[in-house]
Structures are given as C-alpha cells and as structure tokens.
Design a protein around this ligand. Structure first.
Ligand code: BTN
Length: 244
C-alpha cells in the first residue's frame, strides 16, 4: 500500500480527492501532521493542529450507493478498536461516525464519494483523531463539543503507533466488508453504539425536524427511529441530536 505523509496540507480529504481523480491504487493513505483548512461534517470546520491523527484513505470499491453508509460505520468500528487496543475503556460510537470516550467526542469521520454517471468511482474516508491536544487548541466553535485522548486520560500517545494500529484495524474490517460479512460489521458497531435506545431529534437538510426513539440500525447501516406516532423512519444522513 502507498502512504503519503505531509507536514501540512489544507485537508487530507482534498488531497485524497485530487489523487483519486488521478488514479491511485486502492488503499492509498494520505497523512498530514497538520491541516490548515480541514473539513468536518455538514460543512463545519475541523481543528487540526500538530498532535492529532489526520488521515484519508482512498478506496476504489465496486459497491453501490446503499453500501456507502456502512463504510462510515465500519471506519468508526476501526477507530473504536484502535482506542480499545490502547487500553482505553468506555469507547462508544455515536451514529453515524463520532467516536466517544466516556460520552465525549475524540474522533470524527468524513466519508466522501467520487461518482461518475451515478456509479461510485472512489471513496475518500477521512479520519480525525484528537490525540495529544489540549482544550486550548480547539477553536471557540468546537469548545465543549470535542476533547482529546490526552485530556481524558492525562497521558500522551505516539501518533505513529496509533496510525499503525488504526490501519491494521481498518484493513481487517475492510476484509469483512469485501467478504460480504455485513452483519458482522454491523454487530461490531451495535455492540459499541451510544445512539441505540436513545431519544433523538433528527434534522435533515430541507426536511422538518422530528423526535423519536432509536430502535436500532438496519442492514444498510441506516438508523431506525420510531416517531411519537409509532411510525418508523430510516435515517441515512443528516444530524441526530441525542435528547436523553
Ligand atoms: C466530523 O465532523 O466529525 C468529521 C471530521 C473529519 C475530520 C477529518 S481529519 C482528516 C480528514 N481531512 C479533512 O479535511 N477532514 C477529515
């Protein structure tokens, strides 16, 4: 596998997109020590100074759109297992992609698809993990919304070690995915779910906001939300705010 390491880029996802458009091999990894214009979900900025793990992986799978959400879930499992291998307990995943320790977010995933004529050509999986950051490293916008391994555990970690472990876990879960072991991937996610069993507010772009109870995730990785009137909704994208 090819791994490109940069000192500073605007966003590893942007670099990865450029690489993907110029045909690189499946599994190519882009890592940067710092990002100056990193992207979070829903167009939000993402702080990426020195001290974190910021990377993007380019995948060229032959999958259809319905499998896309599951790639994000699988990546969340790989991040969670990486943290567990560091000896960290109480690791959970908040749907779709936030990895939490003791209920506090330390990692986010931004999956982007490059499609031509309605078929997926490449997928960019961007992973950010706040490792040796202090709370003062986060911008005002992210204060209170995110923390780091150092803040939670009081210890510093070797970023390269974490990257190695994560790439191993990512490869393992990708293998399951390729072998069609979707239920296995989903069960690993369910086991660590922070969201199942909670009351949530679902916000989708251009749609009305509604509240409901999360009963689980289905075989496509969509969240199943039972509304107050008893009807079931499938949520594949959008924001999901936990209310209890
Ligand atoms: C989130 O909002 O939770 C997703 C954050 C994703 C951040 C990562 S850092 C590496 C990659 N490059 C980016 O610009 N974003 C992702």
């Amino acid at each position: 596998k090819e791994i490109y390491i940069f000192k500073e880029v605007m966003s590893t996802n942007t670099v990865a997109k450029f690489f993907a458009e110029n045909k690189v091999s499946d599994g190519t990894v882009i890592i940067s020590e710092k990002q100056t214009n990193a992207k979070g979900r829903s167009g939000k900025p993402w702080d990426s100074p020195l001290g974190g793990v910021w990377l993007s992986i380019i995948l060229n799978p032959r999958i259809d759109y319905s499998k896309l959400p599951m790639i994000t879930l699988a990546t969340g499992v790989a991040v969670a297992k990486t943290l567990e291998r560091l000896g960290i307990e109480d690791v959970e995943i908040k749907w779709p992609n936030d990895v939490l320790i003791n209920g506090e977010k330390v990692s986010g995933i931004l999956t982007e698809a490059i499609a031509k004529f309605n078929t997926i050509e490449s997928i960019i999986v961007g992973v950010g993990l706040d490792v040796n950051l202090d709370l003062s490293d986060f911008s005002d916008d992210l204060q209170g919304k995110i923390t780091s391994l150092k803040v939670i555990t009081g210890k510093e970690f070797d970023e390269n070690d974490i990257i190695r472990t994560f790439l191993e876990e990512f490869e393992k879960i990708c293998k399951l995915f390729i072998d069609g072991e979707y239920e296995n991937v989903l069960n690993q996610w369910r086991k660590r779910s922070y969201t199942i069993g909670k009351i949530v507010e679902v916000r989708k772009p251009y749609n009305k906001t509604y509240d409901g109870y999360v009963t689980g995730i289905n075989k496509e990785g969509a969240l199943i939300v039972e509304k107050i009137d008893g009807t079931l909704e499938k949520v594949v994208s959008g924001e999901c705010i936990i209310k209890n």
